[in-house]
Each structure stands twice: as structure tokens, then as C-alpha cells.
Design a binder for this molecule. Structure first.
Ligand SMILES: Cc1cc2nc3c(=O)[nH]c(=O)nc-3n(C[C@H](O)[C@H](O)[C@H](O)COP(=O)(O)O)c2cc1C
Length: 228
């Protein structure tokens, strides 16, 4: 037992050969590089057991003090999707017609987005991710969670990667403010909407903006001489 009383178990970790690591990391990077945010979806349904496994994969994310402060709402009901689209378009109309700065609107131009969000009804599944700022507790009232934004952000990254690995496209969507999601989905007070992620197959002939990703030199700084 550790000081906190948690039983310690042996870690299952297979150390790979340098050759295996090289090959696996090359394949991994190629798969990751092919992931794109999709904004035009086919209405075809996706296998729900695959979606559920991706959510379980997201649930393996590390979290502050292992509080796992997330909840993933899986929405397929057409009437709920319609309500979400209508509420999101209302917020996005206000965003695109006054709330966003000119610079922001300019930065969004390559993505050809506007306040209309048909994908919220066309995508077969919407995943609304909620962060749990605290946990309700009978004795203490509220029990604190830690590093909630960081933890849920990591879990969402893992979800998006797991979906991509499984052959499902996703849109990371933030129709802010997202309070309407709590109301429509009747979420408890300790949960706050974090991201709305429509998922499915890309529509036929789906196009994505031609963007570049930063190089290793641009996104990293080395402290040490070891290069290989
Ligand atoms: C936190 C976050 C919020 C985003 N919100 C939106 C959004 O509301 N609408 C949208 O079309 N794309 C949104 N995106 C997607 C980005 O525009 C997209 O990830 C970026 O342009 C890079 O494209 P890629 O994902 O295809 O590499 C969001 C991405 C992140 C990480």
C-alpha cells in the first residue's frame, strides 16, 4: 500500500526495440498528419460500438488527481440535434455579426465558416463534452476537481485521435457561449460545456482548407546536444 492507501500494481510496459519504435512512430505520424477537421458530413450512420470505444479511449486520459472530470454526451436523436443547431446558430449569428473582432473574422476567412451550422443536423452523431468543475458531495457540498481544463482538453485530444484512428471524422466546434448545451441536455450544475464535436463520415467531395502545419523547429526548442 502507498501512503495514501492505494494498492500499487506492476506496470505492464513492453520496451520496444529502436527499430520498432522508429517504424511505429513513422506510421503514427503519417496517420496523424492525415487528420483534418471536417465541416461537411454525410448523413450515413457510424457504428456506435466504435464511437463508444473511442469515448472509452478518451476516458484513459490522465487527469488531475485522477478525478476524470469529464462527461461525454452522445447525441443521435434528430429532435435534440435540431434544438442544438437552432441554439448554436443563434449564438453564432451574434458572434459573426458583432461579438467577434475584425481580426478574428479575418483569421476565420480561410475556413469559410459562418453562422449557419447544417452539420449539427447532418452529422449522425454529436458528442457534447462537459467538464466537471467540481463533484457534488453529500457531506462537503462541493468536492474540488483539479486542472479540469487541462484534463478535459487532453481527453478531447485523445477522443479526436481515437476517432481518426477508427475511421471517423470530427469537427472540433465551439459555438460560444455554450450554455445552451447544458439547458438542452439538462446537465447538472457542476458540469459546464467544453466542446461540441460532430462526428461521422465526410460528405462526398468534401473539401478542407489548404493549410500548413508548423515544422518541428517552429514548435519545439531543444535544451541538450542529443539529436538522435
Ligand atoms: C478549441 C478549438 C475550437 C475550434 N472551434 C471551431 C469552430 O467553432 N468551428 C470550426 O469550424 N472549427 C473549429 N475548430 C477547428 C480549427 O479551425 C481547426 O482545427 C484548424 O483550422 C486546423 O485544421 P485541422 O484540424 O484540419 O488540422 C476549433 C479547433 C479547436 C482546437
Amino acid at each position: 500500500m502507498s501512503e495514501e492507501g492505494t494498492v500499487q500494481v506492476s506496470l505492464a510496459f513492453d520496451r520496444r526495440s529502436p527499430e520498432e519504435m522508429d517504424a511505429i512512430s513513422r506510421e503514427m505520424l503519417e496517420r496523424y498528419q492525415s487528420r483534418r477537421t471536417v465541416r461537411h458530413f454525410s448523413t450515413d450512420s457510424v457504428p456506435m460500438d466504435v464511437v463508444e470505444r473511442c469515448i472509452l479511449a478518451a476516458g484513459t486520459a490522465p487527469s488531475g488527481a485522477h478525478k476524470q472530470p469529464w462527461c461525454f454526451c452522445i447525441i443521435t436523436a434528430p429532435d435534440v440535434k435540431k434544438q442544438i443547431r437552432e441554439a448554436a446558430e443563434k449564438e453564432e449569428y451574434a458572434n459573426y455579426h458583432g461579438r467577434m473582432s475584425d481580426r478574428w473574422l479575418n483569421d476565420l476567412e480561410p475556413f469559410e465558416t459562418d453562422h449557419l451550422k447544417p452539420h449539427l443536423e447532418e452529422a449522425p452523431v454529436l458528442i457534447a463534452v462537459f467538464r466537471q468543475a467540481w463533484e457534488p458531495d453529500e457531506v462537503e457540498g462541493k468536492k474540488q476537481n483539479y486542472y479540469v481544463q487541462e484534463s478535459v482538453g487532453i481527453a478531447c485530444g485523445m477522443l479526436i485521435s481515437a476517432l481518426h484512428e477508427s475511421g471517423i471524422a470530427a469537427l472540433t466546434h465551439t459555438p460560444s457561449p455554450m450554455g445552451f448545451l447544458s439547458e438542452i441536455l439538462k446537465r447538472p450544475a457542476h458540469e459546464k460545456a467544453f466542446l461540441l464535436i460532430p462526428i461521422g463520415y465526410p460528405s462526398k467531395g468534401c473539401k478542407v482548407p489548404d493549410i500548413a502545419r508548423k515544422s518541428l523547429d517552429e514548435i519545439s526548442v531543444k535544451f541538450g546536444s542529443e539529436t538522435k
